[in-house]
Every structure is written in structure tokens, then in C-alpha cells.
Design a protein around this ligand. Structure first.
Ligand code: BG6
Length: 490
């Protein structure tokens, strides 16, 4: 059973408080926590943005926008009314120091209260906002700042942002969000690996042949053209979410689940990723951009049409990654992610080696390698593909069959959005599921040469029709090693 542990009273000051992330994710997540009775009476939210809105107009905006992102099954007008009373709107131009003093009046200054600044803004504003908060004497030793990804667009810019924010907040006050870490199934990976004796002895190159990590989306640019076109799939998904998943699969067992013990292990993995040299990019990294196609029978325009311009931004990446350490030597990790793919589907597949010798007769059929499939979304769960005897007469014939655990069926609970967990972890002061500075930087260090290679080349990303599984070269990337994407097996 889930447990609702109350948190300390807090003031959440959300910069970008009228933006897409706030309305679509942050505020609906807080509503669910309200619904579960986890928010103390005194908790308040101050939405900060540039628009000239009254409190009333802001609340109307919550009704029109945020409310649509709450599942009607869980929407309760009484709870909604109570929830809305927590909000105040503060008009502020984040770049000029003038308005910050005005925030002082809106905050509770008692020591028991947790003060959080959530920066759901462009990362180039992070440093300036922190500076102005500090000048207005709003940064107490216990205050926290939450930084939305991306932290910069390369190693140099991420160092600049981290340096700037670090002038006003200590590292233990900085919470860098990677919302994938808040997903239940991602946390389940830790439970699966370190709560069961079964897996540890087979979790290495001795028994594992390769690992696949896929995060496939059907959505395209949405309303984020300006951000996305200057970012692309490598920066938007691989540098953070996919590398974080890779870390959780590949890390050594931490001695405790404390924030630093977990993050120490993750950063070791990032530091042991084999650098991608210029010569490797062509063979190990595939980039693509969607062209016109159809998803679920609906036609979908090309990326360039959605954008209204030609562009070299990749909406798909597939990579072969090597981890140069004792446990993983010789075990490739194939990662892929893309927009406008065939369906929304994220999973981690651990593919085991073949058996060393088959004692079965030739007509028993082929023996498929065991696979452990961790489904992140949709239908969160775990599946283990095993070889079994085909039932009935006909001699010893073998058949692959799944041992399947669907979390929704097993536990019959609502799966919380990752932000629900993360927003309250900040209040609790638990940074286990947030990225430490050295992790972010190690990830950029590894990704940068790929970005630089693409920037220097004249090549365009490979086209792939919307509704497919990416460019054909993504299949070749894995096929030429005698393997195939798990998806292709259905
Ligand atoms: C975000 C990316 O971090 O993650 C988006 O910026 C992407 O481009 C999203 O769509 C995917 O998250 P989820 O939780 O829907 O898999």
C-alpha cells in the first residue's frame, strides 16, 4: 500500500508559472498530492511570470489550462477549490532586480517553512534569477532551487550555469530535475536490481549479451518549436534521460540509497563511457529527422513543414555505446529515441547470451536468448522471456514464452506522474533522484564530440517517415552486429 507521509509547510515559488510545464505537469502533480492529503494547510504556491495578470485572471487560467491535465476520474471540485486557494500570482520580469523585493512579502519567513524556487524557465535565465533572489535576500541557507533541464547546451554552457547558480546556492540546495528518475518504473529498476538476489550474479558481460534502451514518442514539435529546433534529440533526451537510464542499469550496487551514494555510482558509469571519436560517429551514431507519414491512420506533416523551415535538427538518434569497465567490457548498449515514431513506447531490454550448448534435437526449434524487458511506459511492468516446452504431444519442441508482471494489474493503483514524487522530494530535502553537478557535466562531456561532429559536417540527418521506427540505418546499426531491436521482434 502506498503511504502518504506529510511534508513540512512550504512556499513553492515557480518562475515560468504560466508556462506549459507548470500548467501541464507541475501544478497538476501538486493537485494529486492535494488529493491524497499530503499538502499541509499552510503550503502555498507563488506563480511568477511576466504577464500582467491579476490573481483572479491567473486562477481562471488554472481552470482553463491546468485542470485539463487532471484525469477527470480524479477531479473533485471541492479539492480543486481548496487547491486553488494556495496560489498567488506575482508579476515579475526575471531579468530586472526591481520586482524581487516584492516577493519577500509573499513568503513566510518562519524557520519551519521550506522555501523553494522552481526555475521552469529557459536555462540562460537561471544565473540571473539566482543573483536577483540573492540580492533581495531571499536565499536562506535552507532555501532550495530546482533547475529544469536542459542545464546548458554543451559542457561549457552547463559549467557556466552551474558556476553562476553555485555562487548563491550550495550544491546541497540545488535540485537538477531529470523527470525520468521520478518515474515509478525507473525507481523500480533499483528495486529490481538491488532488492533481488537473482539478478546480481547474471548482471555482467559473463551472461549479458547486450542492452537496449528505447524511448519512442508519437508527438512531434508541439508548441516547442523554438526550444526543440535549437536542441534536438541528442540534447533533449540522450544527454539526460537515456544516459540516466543507462546509469541505473550499469551502476554498481550503492552501499546505501542515500543521494550521494547513488550518485557516486552513477557518475562512475558516465566516466567510463568510451568517448565517441570523430571517426566513430558515422558508424555508431545515427541521426534522423521525420518526413511526412502517418501515425494510427492520421497523416502527419514532415518536421520541416511543422517548423516552417528546413533544419538540420535531429528528431531521432540511435547510438551504440560502450562502457569501458570490468563489468561491461564487450557488452554494447544500444540507445534510441525519437519523435513521431510508430507508437509511444519506452523500455529497457537486457538481452542475455545464448546457451553454450544445446542438448535438444534439431527439430526442437530455435532457442531464443532470454530477455528481461523493463517496460517504462505504457503498461509499466517487467517481462522475462524464457524458453519452455511447447505443450502437448509432438515430442520435445521448445517455445519462447513471457513471464509477465504488469504493475497496474498487480498493484491496482494509480501510477503517479514523476513530478509528484520529485516536487515533494525537494520539500523533503531528498536529492537522490536529482542530478548532481558532476553527473550533468560528465554527460555533456560525452555528448559534446557528437554535437561538434555534426556541427562541423555538412550532412543532413537521415529522413524517416513519421510512423516508422526511424531511419533504416538505425536497424543496420544493430543488425550488423547480428542483433535486432526488440521492437522488430513483434
Ligand atoms: C522531455 C523532453 O524532457 O521529455 C520532451 O524535453 C519529451 O521532448 C519528454 O517529449 C518525454 O517525457 P515522457 O515522460 O513523456 O516520456
Amino acid at each position: 500500500m502506498s503511504q502518504i507521509i506529510p511534508v513540512r509547510p512550504f512556499d513553492y515559488v515557480v518562475f515560468g508559472g504560466t508556462g506549459d510545464l507548470s500548467m501541464r505537469k507541475l501544478f497538476p502533480s501538486l493537485y494529486y498530492r492535494e488529493m491524497d492529503g499530503q499538502l499541509p494547510d499552510e503550503a502555498s504556491v507563488i506563480a511568477v511570470a511576466r504577464g500582467d495578470l491579476t490573481d483572479k485572471a491567473f486562477l481562471a487560467m488554472l481552470d482553463e489550462t491546468c485542470r485539463n491535465h487532471i484525469d477527470p476520474e480524479y477531479f473533485d471540485p471541492k479539492i480543486w477549490k481548496r487547491f486553488k486557494q494556495r496560489f498567488t500570482y506575482k508579476r515579475l520580469d526575471a531579468l530586472t532586480p526591481d520586482g524581487y523585493k516584492g516577493l519577500t512579502k509573499l513568503l513566510d519567513h518562519s524557520e519551519l517553512r521550506v522555501r523553494i524556487f522552481y526555475l521552469a524557465t529557459a536555462p540562460r535565465l537561471f544565473g540571473t534569477i539566482c543573483k536577483h533572489l540573492d540580492s533581495a535576500q531571499l536565499v536562506t541557507r535552507d532555501a532550495r532551487v530546482v533547475l529544469e533541464k536542459p542545464i546548458g547546451h554543451d559542457l561549457a554552457s552547463s559549467c557556466e550555469i552551474n558556476d553562476e547558480v553555485g555562487k548563491y546556492f550550495h550544491e546541497d540546495q540545488i535540485y537538477r530535475i531529470d523527470h525520468y528518475l521520478g518515474k515509478e518504473t525507473v525507481q523500480n529498476l533499483l528495486a529490481l536490481r538491488f532488492g533481488n538476489i537473482l539478478f546480481e550474479s547474471v548482471w555482467s558481460s559473463a551472461v549479458i549479451d547486450h542492452v537496449q534502451i528505447t524511448t519512442a514518442e508519437t508527438v512531434g514539435l508541439g508548441g516547442r518549436a523554438a526550444y526543440y529546433d535549437s536542441s534536438g534529440a541528442l540534447r533533449d533526451m540522450v544527454q539526460n534521460h537515456l544516459l540516466q537510464l543507462l546509469c541505473l542499469v550499469a551502476m554498481e550496487a550503492p552501499y546505501t540509497m542515500s543521494a550521494d551514494a547513488v550518485r557516486d555510482e552513477k557518475v562512475k558509469v558516465l566516466n567510463s563511457l568510451r568517448p565517441v571519436t570523430d571517426g566513430d560517429v558515422a558508424s555508431s551514431v545515427i541521426w534522423g529527422q521525420y518526413t511526412e507519414g502517418a501515425i494510427d491512420g492520421e497523416s502527419v506533416p514532415a518536421y520541416a513543414t511543422e517548423l516552417g523551415a528546413t533544419s538540420r535538427t535531429e528528431t531521432f538518434v540511435a547510438l551504440k555505446v560502450n562502457i569501458d569497465n570490468w563489468r561491461w567490457a564487450g557488452v554494447p548498449f544500444y540507445l534510441r529515441t525519437g519523435k513521431r515514431l510508430s507508437r509511444r513506447h519506452s523500455e529497457i531490454v537486457i538481452s542475455f547470451r545464448s546457451i553454450p550448448h544445446s542438448a535438444f534435437p534439431m527439430d526442437a526449434g530455435a532457442i531464443a536468448n532470454n530477455r528481461l524487458v523493463i517496460r517504462l511506459q505504457p503498461d509499466e511492468g517487467v517481462g522475462l522471456q524464457l524458453m519452455t516446452k511447447d505443450p502437448g504431444p509432438g515430442g520435445m519442441r521448445l517455445r519462447a514464452a513471457p513471464l509477465d508482471l504488469s504493475f497496474a494489474e498487480e498493484f491496482n493503483v494509480r501510477y503517479p506522474d514523476s513530478y509528484e514524487r520529485l516536487l515533494l522530494d525537494v520539500v523533503r530535502g531528498d536529492s537522490t533522484l536529482f542530478m548532481r553537478r558532476d553527473e550533468v557535466q560528465a554527460a555533456w562531456r560525452w555528448v559534446d564530440p557528437i554535437i561538434e561532429h555534426w556541427a562541423a559536417s555538412k550532412a543532413m540527418p537521415k529522413g524517416y517517415p513519421a510512423g516508422s521506427w526511424g531511419p533504416t540505418s538505425a536497424a543496420t546499426l544493430i543488425d550488423r552486429d547480428g542483433r535486432s531491436w526488440h521492437e522488430d521482434m513483434h
